[in-house]
Design a protein around this ligand. Structure first.
Ligand SMILES: Cc1cc2nc3c(=O)[nH]c(=O)nc-3n(C[C@H](O)[C@H](O)[C@H](O)COP(=O)(O)O)c2cc1C
Length: 376
């Protein structure tokens, strides 16, 4: 009996050591100390959070969002003013052009009163048509300029979401010795990214807060990390980073045992002092649990996990007639940004994942320290 026990204990020890060694190898590749990445979270993960995560030994990931090239350069300098340690940028692969702006008309009609109330130009007015990027032409042009600025900033890694980089971009990253990390929501997407020669894959499980990063498969495939991590680690033989619902050391250890080389956390960092989360989001972190969340396509045209809200309830009928991803963002982004500026909490977009209510870290370094306690 004793022998069987020690045999199992020995096997567990071997598995833990193998997992830790895998995590350490990935850290070595990135030049970091702890197998922890902060999630790119527009409006939440700014310079302070990213620098704090990197300073704590993880890899802070700064989303470029709608930054101009000058803003990208300034953000890189601001992070470097706070830490000498490695950090990363995240950039979203833009959709192909040729979107039909008419598809936005119904939603634009439905939102016109709210736009007026927030002091925004009406979506379909002359001013609105100039201000909002109905054809997504600006998004495509912005990507090229942002990528060049990101490359020039020489971060340790660049993460892509909603697809992988094309060959010229992947080669430019390779030549600059910048680690190229893709994001997958399914096994198939992980294999597609491997074929596109990424160095590592973030696996976004269905538990995750915020927007789904799917690109080959539908957004409602919704594979959990328990199924995704071992399958993708084995099939790709690349380092995989587990993202979605991770908030504690035992989970991180379990994911590393399942094949992950690191974890990525979003929701667990939202309440940290360095995050840009609004007072409303910070209060929600106290009272909300997973049952307070919902998934909706209203913000982007693809599923987003977020807090239920009066705005989402009022717009529920539009889910059936939404234009394709990411067109709803053309209107929902200015709306939610204006709501945030005005402190209009009933209109705020609060993105949270299934760990909400179980992750109350006061600082980024506390989160990094604690979550990696069993794997670093
Ligand atoms: C507040 C918040 C904002 C987010 N914003 C973005 C974003 O701008 N771009 C993006 O690619 N992912 C975004 N995400 C998704 C994260 O990149 C990541 O997949 C997710 O946070 C992982 O799950 P977790 O929140 O349960 O840790 C966001 C997530 C949260 C919680």
């Amino acid at each position: 009996m004793q022998e069987v026990k020690s045999g199992a204990a020995g096997a567990i020890e071997l598995a833990v050591n193998a997992g830790r060694a895998r995590a350490q190898a990935f850290c070595g590749r990135l030049g970091i100390e702890k197998p922890f990445l902060s999630a790119p979270m527009e409006g939440v993960a700014g310079v302070d959070l990213v620098a704090a995560v990197s300073e704590a030994g993880g890899l802070g990931v700064l989303p470029v969002g709608e930054m101009t090239p000058e803003e990208v350069a300034a953000a890189a300098a601001a992070v470097r003013a706070k830490t000498t340690k490695p950090f990363a940028f995240q950039i979203r692969i833009p959709p192909k052009g040729g979107r039909a702006p008419e598809a936005l008309h119904q939603l634009a009609d439905g939102l016109s009163a709210v736009f007026e109330d927030l002091g925004l130009p009406a979506p379909l007015s002359k001013e609105g048509r100039e201000r909002y990027d109905f054809t997504l032409d600006r998004a495509a042009a912005r990507f090229e300029a942002q990528f060049a600025a990101v490359l020039a900033a020489r971060p340790a890694a660049v993460l892509s979401t909603s697809g992988g980089f094309r060959e010229p971009e992947a080669e430019a990253l390779f030549d600059a010795r910048i680690v190229n990390i893709g994001t997958a929501t399914t096994l198939r997407e992980a294999k597609v990214l491997r074929a596109a020669k990424v160095d590592a894959v973030v696996l976004q499980g269905s538990e995750a807060g915020g927007p789904r990063a799917n690109f080959e498969d539908r957004d409602d495939v919704m594979t959990g990390l328990n199924a995704l991590v071992p399958a993708a680690a084995k099939a790709t033989r690349l380092p995989v980073v587990a993202a979605g619902g991770v908030c504690g050391p035992e989970q991180a250890l379990g994911l590393v045992l399942a094949g992950a080389s690191a974890v990525m956390c979003g929701t667990a960092l939202t309440g940290a002092a360095e995050s840009l989360a609004t007072p409303y989001t910070r209060r929600a972190l106290v009272w909300a649990d997973a049952a307070a969340l919902t998934t909706t396509r209203l913000y982007t045209g693809r599923l987003v996990r977020c807090l239920r809200s009066p705005l989402l309830d009022a717009l529920a009928d539009y889910e059936a007639v939404l234009p394709a991803w990411p067109l709803p963002e053309v209107l929902m982004r200015p709306l939610t940004e204006a709501a945030r500026r005005a402190g209009r909490e009933e209109l705020e977009a609060v993105f949270l994942g299934q760990s909400v209510g179980r992750s109350a870290y006061r600082t980024a370094s506390e989160a990094v320290e604690r979550i990696t306690a069993l794997i670093a």
